[in-house]
Design a protein around this ligand. Structure first.
Ligand code: BES
Ligand code: MN
Ligand code: ZN
Length: 500
């Protein structure tokens, strides 16, 4: 989709549909909505007087303009109550209006920049949120569809009356386009079936994209992984015919990689559970078990595309977890890259194992902070609810606070959970340094405490368990059903705000 800024009045723009907005409960519109209303001889006011449009968030109404303005249709969209207004509402409203325009088969869609007037957002912020909402809200997974492309609008015009805001709006729009490109790419990776999105395929796609934005990509194969001493990744991968890969991205702005933020992501391209095989229901969505890897890889590529002045490294251990005659077994004892031994209680607790090796690897970079992202536990979904929030664990107050701020700004919700020492007791093993499961109770806390044993000592570390958020059960606003791309915008926002 092409995105352009048009300086002028909303009632004068040429497009197949023009979007204007309204806060909930407002009966006398202002700004661009009022100007369009006047051009339509009070048609919007009459709809409001009749009580037929309330302005609830994502509510839309299509009005036909009968030649009174160049655009044949006006789409009125609700922003929800003014008191709880936030950039997140803009993303949702912009998505709802864009989806309505797609249903109407509009080729050119014009929209006001939501939230810049009465909403109180800066023009740049408002433009970014508006364009993010449109581009993220129109996403569909179409790699396997015959008629790819569909009926989505080809052009988006951001209409602004005040020429002084043009540069800021253009800048916000460009940022949004870059972010949405990588978020939507990550959604594709997650949606791609497990038999297609193998570790090798993921490594290949990522390497291709890295070259485009000047990021150094390195892919270690099974021999190199074993030779390094990554005993946990090697063991988990062993049951599969598909070889593992360890994907590394290094983004060094102006050639400098000192004290990078290291992002680590779980890349299990299919999790059958291994010998502790999952049920039919449990296995159905496990093509998405590489969403953590996808998120950190996508965020690193986006950071580079945006030329953020922050060095970033992404580490993504990628493998399948499969049952076979070669599978690792309950009772096995593995040695991770940092030398610690792990007793296998359950082969379905595989994510923490491959992350143990990757977190151990992170120390080589002398990182400023280490953040891992993983679809680690079903317990996170039990605790927080499907499609509600991801769990945040951190032993560092400032890092936790920075991530919570980024979550608030991006609408990618996090909820902080405790890292009590009790959880460490529960994963003590009689035969190894630690065991990989303590059973059902406290499964969220014990999984995080397990990871902490492998994070570089003395380095701020955070763990995001995104199991509730990686694949949406149903579409909601700008978040489609299936792969959500959760974490990309959150991590980029964190990186932006953490410039050294
Ligand atoms: N990938 C799963 C976690 C998961 C479950 C993600 C549901 C998304 C939706 C993970 O590898 C897993 O199987 N975890 C086990 C751990 C248990 C065996 C200690 C779980 O949560 O049941
Ligand atoms: Mn598992
Ligand atoms: Zn898993």
């Amino acid at each position: 989709m092409r995105v352009e800024v048009r300086i002028g009045a909303a009632q004068e723009v040429e497009a197949d549909a023009v979007v204007v907005n309204l806060f909930e409960g407002v009966t006398a519109p202002g700004g661009a909505t009022a100007a369009v209303d006047r051009a339509l001889e009070g048609r919007i006011s009459r709809v409001l007087a009749a009580g037929d449009f309330r302005g609830r968030l994502r509510e839309t109404l299509v009005l036909y303009t009968d030649g009174r303005i160049p655009a044949p249709r006006v789409i009125l969209v609700g922003l929800g109550p003014e008191a709880s207004f936030h950039a997140e509402k803009v993303r949702h409203a912009a998505a709802a209006a864009a989806q309505r325009a797609r249903d109407l088969r509009a080729r050119t869609l014009a929209t006001v920049v939501h939230g810049a007037g009465r909403g109180g957002l800066s023009p740049e912020e408002a433009a970014q949120a508006t364009v993010e909402g449109v581009l993220l809200g129109l996403y569909t997974y179409q790699r396997k569809k015959e008629n790819a492309g569909g009926s989505a609008p080809e052009t988006l015009l951001l209409v602004e009356f005040d020429a002084a805001k043009e540069a800021a709006i253009a800048a916000g729009a460009r940022r949004a386009e870059t972010l949405a490109r990588y978020v939507n790419r990550v959604r594709d990776w997650v949606n791609e079936p497990g038999s297609d999105m193998t570790p090798r395929r993921l490594a290949e796609e990522v390497s291709g994209l890295a070259a485009e934005v000047g990021v150094r990509a390195q892919v270690l194969d099974e021999r190199q992984i074993a030779a390094l001493g990554m005993g946990a990744l090697t063991a988990v991968a062993r049951g599969s015919e598909e070889p593992p890969r360890f994907i590394l991205l290094e983004y060094a702005p102006e050639g400098r990689l000192e004290r990078p933020v290291v992002l680590v992501g779980k890349g299990v391209t299919f999790d059958s559970g291994g010998l502790n095989l999952k049920s039919e229901e449990g296995m159905l969505t496990m093509k998405g078990d590489m969403a953590g890897a996808a998120a950190v890889l996508g965020a690193t590529l986006a950071a580079a595309a945006l030329r953020l002045p922050v060095p970033v490294v992404a580490l993504a251990p990628a493998c399948e977890n499969m049952p076979s005659g070669k599978s690792y077994k309950p009772g096995d004892i593995l040695r991770a890259l940092n030398g610690k031994t792990i007793e296998i209680v359950n082969t379905d607790a595989e994510g923490r194992l491959i992350l143990a090796d990757a977190l151990s690897y992170a120390v080589r970079y002398g990182p400023r902070a280490v953040i891992d992202v993983a679809t680690l536990t079903g317990a996170a979904i039990i605790a927080l609810g499907q499609d509600v929030a991801a769990a945040l664990f951190s032993d560092h107050e400032e890092l936790a606070a920075a991530l919570l701020r980024a979550a608030d700004a991006t609408g990618e919700r996090l909820w902080r959970m405790p890292l009590w020492e009790d959880y460490l007791e529960r994963i003590q093993s009689d035969v190894a340094d630690v065991k990989n499961s303590a059973g059902r109770y406290g499964g969220l806390g014990t999984s995080a405490m397990f990871l902490k044993q492998f994070a570089p000592e003395g380095v701020p570390w955070a763990h995001l368990d995104i199991s509730p958020m990686d694949m949406a059960e149903k579409a909601r606003g700008y978040v489609p059903k299936g792969g959500t791309g959760f974490g990309v915008r959150l991590l980029v926002r964190y990186l932006e705000d953490s410039r050294p």
